[in-house]
Design a protein around this ligand. Structure first.
Ligand code: AHR
Length: 483
């Protein structure tokens, strides 16, 4: 039986910000990978590493969350401005107690955004900072006229304000961001947002409150009740851990038993239940969906690679990660009427990364290729499907500019499956078709073999008489566009 796609019915728009990224001052997530400095032998533009920036430009990163994560609540922005050699050196207490020289600061962040063509999403320090410090940072970044902070910005070489699109007030305030109770956090949030200056009346800064950890539904309920009227979005953090525990053994990124393939798929799919239940709670306070859910940390979290600093969260990325990426993106699309932004953790070298670097080498991961293949869903209209979806298959259909894109994942470890779609009579031909798949459960790219798992042209699509049949190998993600 085919899945009928209701292409005449306009679904909600899939926000491009669902394809957002996250880069924290954590391990090799920024230094040496995104930012190498102007004097590096590695080719760079204004200190930003050119090969990495070029690869990221191809996937059109829409927004980049920075500077943390946990780091955000220890970050004092004034340490990261001015002459680099006189910037304060601090200890990164969350991530390995390494020395942070603050060479990547506010100006460098906006330069990276400029090169990527991405929007800004900055997380304030409410854990160890002050209301005044936050307000002055925003004044520094966004005040167009004369003011103490705007003048300091000019002294540091930037005449015009930057556009600050999204602003997070609190990160994991229930844990490392302050160990607050939701009642207390709600008041802290209300206080901070009161003093968030909005100089650009045409483009008010979008305010994101710290939301729940995983299934902490009481957090969502309490923050929505006490602070819901003062926020644009509330965040959700949920990571996919194969063993389901935050203890010593989260499961390895490679060489894992097949049971951990299965448990990883199950835990990735749990995102659907979390979004559904948090969104239902939000409905009580916000039935018109004026407040968005912002999944600003998600992805796989494995044991670190052997021999690496445990505080650097460095892990390999395999075809299993490609499945997790596709499953999550399909879930976010399904909830497009509530999920406005998502930020995979993290963009380079940390957790479920797009890119891994080593010295002057870089590789694109299987996750990168899924983000590449899925690009046509950005800002497209979701298309509803009616009919039975085969076991271990998840998909999205969306349309934009007269084209329909179906992205589908068969995460079964062994079984291939055919999937049919009907209702496509208004389209005439397959415009493009891509696949990523692999034989082994932990197939991945290495610096010696960088193209082992890459997207390829897909030849398994049959399109005739308004029906599309896709032959899906086991462990595959396929994206097909009809025009
Ligand atoms: O992404 C790594 C860390 O995970 C972040 O710093 C923190 O917010 C979360 O616990």
């Amino acid at each position: 039986m085919a899945i009928e796609l209701l292409t005449q019915k306009a679904g909600p728009q899939i926000s491009k910000y669902i394809y957002g990224q996250f880069s924290e001052h954590l391990g090799n997530g920024i230094y040496g990978s995104l930012y190498v400095g102007e004097d590096s032998d590695i080719p760079n533009v204004n200190g930003m590493r050119s090969d990495v920036v070029d690869a990221l430009k191809q996937i059109h990163v829409p927004v980049l969350r920075w500077p943390g994560g946990l780091f955000a609540d220890t970050y004092h922005w004034q340490d990261g401005i001015g002459q680099k050699d006189s910037r304060k050196k601090i200890v990164n207490t969350n991530w390995g107690d390494v020395t942070e020289n603050n060479h990547f600061g506010t100006h460098e962040y906006f330069e990276l955004l400029r090169q990527l063509g991405a929007d800004a999403y900055i997380n304030a320090n409410i854990g160890s900072g002050t209301v005044q410090e936050m307000a002055e940072w925003v004044e520094y970044m966004t005040m167009p006229g004369e003011s103490p902070m705007a003048n300091l910005r000019r002294k540091n070489g930037r005449e015009n304000p930057w556009r600050l699109k999204f602003f997070g007030i609190g990160n994991e305030s229930w844990g490392g961001g302050g160990n607050m109770r939701p009642e207390y956090y709600s008041d802290v949030y209300r206080q901070y947002q009161t003093f968030l200056p909005q100089y650009d009346k045409d483009h008010p800064i979008y305010k994101v409150a710290c939301g729940p950890n995983e299934d902490d539904y009481n957090w969502t309920d309490t923050v929505m009740r006490y602070a819901g009227q003062y926020l644009d979005g509330i965040s959700l953090h949920y990571y996919t851990l194969p063993t389901g525990t935050w203890g010593q053994n989260k499961g390895d990124a490679t060489g894992f038993p097949e049971a951990e393939w299965d448990s990883t798929m199950t835990r990735a799919k749990h995102m659907d239940e979390l979004i559904t239940k948090h969104s239902t709670i939000m409905d009580r306070y916000d039935p018109d969906h004026n407040v968005d859910l912002i999944v600003d940390e998600w992805g796989t979290w494995f044991n670190v690679e052997k021999g690496t600093n445990p505080g650097f969260l460095h892990q390999q990325n395999t075809i299993r990660d490609a499945m997790v990426a596709a499953i999550n993106l399909n879930i976010f699309h399904k909830h497009a009427d509530r999920v406005h932004m998502a930020n995979i953790a993290q963009m380079v070298n940390v957790l479920q990364a797009m890119i891994l670097t080593k010295g002057d080498k870089m590789i694109k991961t299987p996750t990168y290729y899924v983000f590449d293949m899925y690009q046509k869903h950005m800002d497209a209209d979701l298309v509803e499907g009616v009919g039975q979806v085969p076991k271990n298959v998840t998909y999205t259909a969306s349309q934009k500019d007269g084209e329909l894109t179906i992205s589908i994942c068969n995460y079964d470890a062994h079984e291939a499956v055919d999937t049919q779609f009907s209702g496509l009579a208004k389209f005439t031909e397959v415009d493009s078709a891509k696949i990523i798949t692999a034989d082994k459960l932990d197939a991945h790219n290495t610096f010696d073999d960088p193209d082992k798992v890459v997207e390829k042209t897909y030849t398994g699509a049959k399109f005739a008489n308004g029906e599309l049949t896709l032959a899906l190998p086991a462990k595959s993600v396929v994206s097909v566009t009809l025009k």
